[in-house]
Ligand binder design. Structure first.
Ligand SMILES: Nc1nc2c(ncn2[C@@H]2O[C@H](COP(=O)(O)OP(=O)(O)OP(=O)(O)O)[C@@H](O)[C@H]2O)c(=O)[nH]1
Ligand SMILES: [Mg+2]
Ligand SMILES: [Zn+2]
Length: 363
């Protein structure tokens, strides 16, 4: 019998993908709800508990599949409400949402694990960018993850049908498009209908598009902090700062995430018309490959120091450059091969763990 609290976090759904999963005696399965600096918020059969990774897990993860992320199922030992649970082993993942770490070729960063739905949120209070929608959609092509486009803030535009039509005509017919207004609560139930009991959905999109507002509407309570109109200005100040998981009343799990923009295409960075001031300054740096960080006689650093260059503006420029690197690393690397190897490795690790515990139990 699966514990009902774990079931509400999708454990039954998970075991459909891995029917042979076995939990050694004295251990129990738990799901990572949030990742903190020093540990995890876990959904366990005793409710929500704080958990810490064992030294063995920390050691093992530093050079292979990485540490558990939001959505991961793990094997834990519980010590009651007043002591942290110990996280011993990650269980295999049936799907991941990941990105390559900006600026590195080899490192993949898992954003969420064991998900079945990906909602790409694009807001209607701005000009529609189908390119951007496509880039976010390209975050995964996992066959276990259905992708849906959400046009948010439908109350703020008058041409919603036109926008839906424009997106539909560009995208594959397998990708649905729904319009919602979280403030007027229209279309919210359409989103909810995609998230079956035991399923896990992730919401991604630029900062300020209304991801947290939509999740609040789905939860029917103001659980998540929402950005005020002034700060939601797409300049990199995120209201949500962590990926976090919530259970819907009618079943199903949703993961909120901070706004991300890493699926930007390189053409938009090169020859971008957004940063002519920085580009011009960069031409005046003493060294041609100047990174504008530690080099002497750097025109950019000088301009920042005397206030003629806005530091927020420059930060944004640097961020865009990192994204360009990221994009370049994406196109020349066989990500799916690396992913397959990782999945295999994780499964082997888990199987070894179970075998070892079983042997110890028999001794
Ligand atoms: N008019 C209108 N405003 C909305 C709607 N949904 C969200 N907003 C507003 O948009 C702003 C940003 O909303 P958030 O939900 O914080 O956006 P977010 O995508 O979670 O942003 P980050 O956490 O920074 O990634 C807030 O001021 C919301 O009140 C909507 O349906 N209609
Ligand atoms: Mg948010
Ligand atoms: Zn410089």
């Amino acid at each position: 019998m699966i514990n009902s609290f774990l079931a509400s976090y999708g454990y039954s759904n998970y075991t459909i993908f891995f029917p042979d999963i076995s939990v050694p005696e004295n251990f129990t399965a738990a799901r990572v709800v949030t990742v903190h600096k020093n540990g995890y918020t876990l959904a366990t059969e005793q409710g929500i508990l704080f958990g810490e990774a064992t030294g063995r897990l920390l050691y093992a993860s530093s050079f292979d599949e990485g540490l558990p992320q939001v959505g991961d199922w793990v094997l834990v030992t519980l010590y009651g409400a007043n002591s942290p649970a110990m996280v011993h082993q990650m269980l295999p993942r049936f799907s991941v949402l990941s990105r390559l770490m900006p600026g590195t070729k080899a490192k993949e960063q898992v954003l969420a694990a064991n998900i079945t739905k990906l909602f790409v949120v694009e807001s209607c209070d701005k000009e529609l960018s189908i390119n951007r929608v496509e880039r976010f959609l390209s975050a995964t092509s996992d066959k276990h993850i259905q992708r849906i486009v959400v046009l948010s803030k439908a109350d703020l535009c008058s041409n919603i049908a036109e926008r839906i039509g424009a997106i539909k005509s560009r995208l594959a017919s397998t990708i649905d498009v729904v319009a919602v207004s979280s403030t007027e609560r229209t279309g919210v139930s359409k989103v909810e209908a995609y998230i079956g009991s035991g399923e896990t959905a992730v919401f991604i999109g630029l900062s300020g598009v209304g991801k947290s507002s939509l999740i609040n509407a789905l939860l029917d309570e103001e659980r998540l902090k929402v950005g005020d109109v002034r700060t939601a200005d797409h300049r990199g100040r995120h209201t949500s700062t962590a990926r976090e998981m919530f259970v819907l009343k009618r079943g199903g799990v949703v993961i909120d995430s901070p706004g991300i923009r890493e699926f930007r295409l390189t053409e938009q960075v090169e020859g971008s018309d957004l940063f002519p001031d920085v580009e011009e300054l960069a031409l005046q740096c003493k060294f041609s490959g100047c990174t504008h960080t530690v080099e002497p006689q750097c025109a950019v650093q000088n301009a920042l120091a005397n206030g003629t260059l806005d530091s927020m503006h420059f930060e944004n420029y640097q961020k865009m450059l990192r994204e360009k690197e990221y994009y370049l690393s994406l196109v020349d690397r066989n990500l799916s091969q690396a992913r397959k190897e990782k999945t295999k490795k994780l499964f082997k690790d888990y199987a070894n763990f179970v075998k070892e515990k079983k042997r110890l139990g028999e001794e």
